[in-house]
Write a protein that binds this ligand. Structure first.
Ligand SMILES: Cc1cc2nc3c(=O)[nH]c(=O)nc-3n(C[C@H](O)[C@H](O)[C@H](O)COP(=O)(O)OP(=O)(O)OC[C@H]3O[C@@H](n4cnc5c(N)ncnc54)[C@H](O)[C@@H]3O)c2cc1C
Length: 458
């Protein structure tokens, strides 16, 4: 039995606790179908197909497409996505993966698609009849999305897609792919667009599969003149980067939730082993150093859970962009889960490094989460970027409030001298004052002059 106390935190509602228990009951009943007979990508692909079909039948996948109260689609609820991923990850990495990809693969459609695109794909994905994938990364464009090279060349009323993708989860078993390509409206990240591509499209191929240390279906795609039309484009041309980042804002938090599920399982297993293992005339759990490890694991898990559900709550309730919150949630939850799982391996001793032991399996499962959907270093860049941008904007606001009009000359000649506060002078190019000429239609009041001057100095 895992800790459920977080379900009564103010970030969550009663419906989330109900969803938690429903997914838990499903996972318990289907635990035997969550693992393959061997540890290969091909087997993992078959297991994922079966899991998606079963989850679809049970109505669990509707959460991945925003459904609620019997509906198959709707606005994505980040907290529900996190609950599902956390519970499934406690049972099996593949079960979490199967669920997560139905959400990530269609996230761009749910968040930015037209009603027609949603109706065309989301119900079938929610029923588990169609598998989805998210195709952003390329050989030279992993962390650096602005280096993306796949081209979308205008061709009559549509585009033709040419190029290669790599690291695409569900490659080979997905029926639909959201593909990001360069349409060239502007250089770098501002010249990208997002398209829906069906696996049956002429010119579309899975060129290679990739073997992972914790196998799931993943591979490379080769697109050779694949035709798409305006009907397949998600959002406006040139908005592809915003679509990708908006989707990752939601799903990065859920990666944190999956890491949390792995960490909770590791701690549950390690604690129960420590309670049973006889050592030095008592049990392993009697030893102070073991208690210290268990305390560190418990604190790390709660800290990660607070950040995950804070981020999901902010997205759902405040409706704001959560780049900073989701980056923090993913960063802390994945890094801490790695540490918690490593402690679990240590508590298991030799058993912990034995193939097939739960701690060994989790040790392999967690590793990729610190890399995909933005490596830990990328999350740090996102967080620092937000902190610095906020500080600059507070500084700008404070400078704006503190600027003082030294002289203004109403009503005929319209100019004013604005004093710059000392702490803002560096920002204002080392000036202590500005002489500004203002629009002649300004009323002759100093307050109007100050407002107009501030606008000019923004
Ligand atoms: C298991 C798995 C599943 C994946 N699934 C998908 C998928 O479904 N769809 C998809 O599009 N992509 C997917 N990816 C790709 C994933 O998003 C990329 O692997 C990731 O973005 C890193 O890119 P890269 O591998 O090219 O590493 P690189 O970009 O070469 O980065 C290498 C390392 O450099 C470091 N680094 C990066 N940026 C900085 C920085 N600013 N400062 C300092 N260090 C830095 C990080 O440690 C990083 O791990 C998946 C990857 C894995 C491993």
């Amino acid at each position: 039995m895992s800790d459920r106390s977080f379900l009564s935190w103010p970030f969550l509602e009663e419906r989330h606790a109900l969803l938690h228990d429903r997914v838990e009951a499903w996972a318990k009943a289907h635990a035997s179908m969550m693992h393959g007979e061997d540890d290969t990508g091909a087997t993992a692909g078959r297991v994922v197909r079966r899991l998606v079909a079963e989850m679809g039948k049970e109505g669990l996948l509707a959460t991945a497409t925003g459904g609620r109260d019997g509906a198959l689609t709707g606005a994505l609820d980040a907290r529900s996505l996190c609950i599902c991923r956390e519970v499934l990850a406690r049972y099996s990495g593949l079960a979490d993966f199967a669920f997560a990809m139905q959400g990530l693969g269609t996230g761009a459609i749910s968040l930015f698609g037209t009603d027609e695109q949603k109706a065309r794909y989301l119900p079938a994905v929610a029923r588990g009849e169609v598998l989805a994938a998210f195709a952003l990364s390329e050989q030279a464009a992993g962390s650096d999305v602005s280096a993306l090279a796949m081209t979308a060349t205008k061709d009559g009323d549509g585009w033709r897609l040419d190029g290669e993708k790599t690291w695409i989860s569900n490659a080979g078993i997905a029926d639909l792919y959201v593909v990001f390509a360069r349409t060239g409206e502007a250089p770098g990240a501002r010249g990208l667009s997002a398209f829906i591509v069906e696996a049956s499209a002429p010119g579309f191929a899975v060129s290679q599969t990739i073997d992972l240390i914790a196998p799931h279906p993943i591979g490379k795609l080769a697109l050779d003149g694949v035709r798409v039309t305006r009907r397949d484009m998600i959002a406006e041309g040139g908005r592809g980067f915003a679509v990708a980042m908006g989707t990752l804002d939601v799903f990065r938090t859920t990666v944190g939730a999956a890491a949390l599920g792995f960490a909770r399982r590791a701690m549950d297993e390690a604690v129960s082993h420590a309670l049973r293992r006889k050592l030095f005339g008592g049990t392993l759990s009697d030893l102070q150093l073991t208690k210290a490890k268990i305390a560190d694991m418990a604190v790390a898990i709660d800290a990660a859970a607070l950040l995950v559900y804070r981020s999901a709550w902010t997205k759902d309730v405040k409706g704001a962009r959560v780049s900073r919150e989701s980056a923090m949630a993913k960063l802390v939850a994945t890094e801490e889960a790695q540490t918690v799982i490593d402690s679990a391996v240590q508590i298991f001793g030799g058993l912990g490094v034995t193939r097939g032991n739960i701690a060994e399996t989790l040790y392999r499962e967690i590793r990729a989460l610190r890399i995909y959907e933005g490596a830990t270093e990328v999350q740090k860049v996102v967080i620092a970027g937000r902190v610095l941008a906020d500080a600059a904007s507070w500084n700008r606001e404070a400078c704006t409030q503190d600027r003082r009009i030294l002289r203004h000359t109403p009503p005929t000649s319209v100019w004013c001298i604005v004093e710059v506060p000392a702490r803002c002078q560096q920002r204002d190019r080392d000036r202590s004052a500005w002489l500004l000429s203002l629009s002649p239609d300004l009323a002759p009041a100093a307050a109007n002059h100050r407002d107009a001057a501030n606008r000019m100095l923004q």
